[in-house]
Design a protein around this ligand. Sequence first.
Ligand SMILES: *Cc1c(COP(=O)(O)O)cnc(C)c1O
Length: 372
Amino acid sequence: MSNAPFPTIHPPTRILMGPGPSVMEPSVLNAMGRPTLGHLDPAFLQIMDELRVMLRLAFRTDNELTMPMSGTGSAGMETVLVNLIEPGDRVLVGICGVFGQRMAEVALRAGAEVVKVEGEWGRALDPDALRKAGAGGSFKALCVVHGETSTGVLQPMEEMRGIADELGALLIMDCVTSLAGVPVEIDKWGVDAAYSGTQKCLSCPPGLSPITFSARAQEVLAKRKTKVASWYLDLTLIGSYWGQERVYHHTAPINGLYGLHEAVRVALEEGLETRWARHRAVSQHLYEGLTEMGLDLRVPAPERLAPLTAVAVPAGADDALVRGALLQNFDLEIGGGLGPMKGNTWRIGLMGAGATRAHVELCLAGLRSALA
Ligand SMILES: *Cc1c(COP(=O)(O)O)cnc(C)c1O
């Protein structure tokens, strides 16, 4: 084996219009290149405090326990479930895509007795199906995915608090793809615990997961009879670092947190309502363009998730060939399908900095060319 020096990397510049990572905000990448501080440096502690305040604004909550976890969106999912579930707890999980399935799997591994309510992929869950499956039972938690990125469906949340109350359950929500792209209202919807990610509508590289816990969820955590099964994700430990005590737990990913600080700052500066309206308007433009090309959208209009559009691969077109041509000729990445949608569906992301008319035009031009 040669010991010749390895060259430094020069990744190509791609336009990321798949299910995430998304088009990055340039100021976020700049922020991540700023000087690394010690994780107990007063200048860093101030950045942490500001970030927590901004995350509360982004989640639309007053929840004291609101902070970013070290790890991607799935680490946020695991944090919420492993901190709230104790072995033997019954958990009702709504599933109509990959991320609902993942929640059920993580809850199971946390020791829950999982009751699954399965819906059609490409449609929202029927609240009555949740009610029916839970009828008469007592549950620790009701878990739903707000923006199901595998299918491009937005789950209406308004009825969920009422259903969770009927079950005596905490309401847990995955808002990885919805946060900062479509309305997320933690307090108004009565959500007890939620997690998100950085690389979708926040346009920040992957690696962190903002979470929020209601006072009720915090109480459930405080009253656990058993220790949280994961040491790394145990909020009773890590909360002491993010709280006033500043007790060392693990070294915070300093530069990643600079990036998230900048990403949330930019989202709040734009204004959440303006940002939601932008995602809605730009996705509408994409729907029209795809429909004009004769392509079929997978999700009925009222249930569409603006940041992620699922479109049927037309008869005669080869899924992988088209995506390959987009990457090769346009430096443009779109996503393929997952599960039952594998091979027959494209997933087009319009997230954060990528949610612009120019990106829609580029994607439509690329598709026209690749399909011709
Ligand atoms: C991307 C995503 C996740 C998982 O996040 P990772 O960052 O890939 O770990 C979870 N839920 C939803 C809805 C997602 O879109």
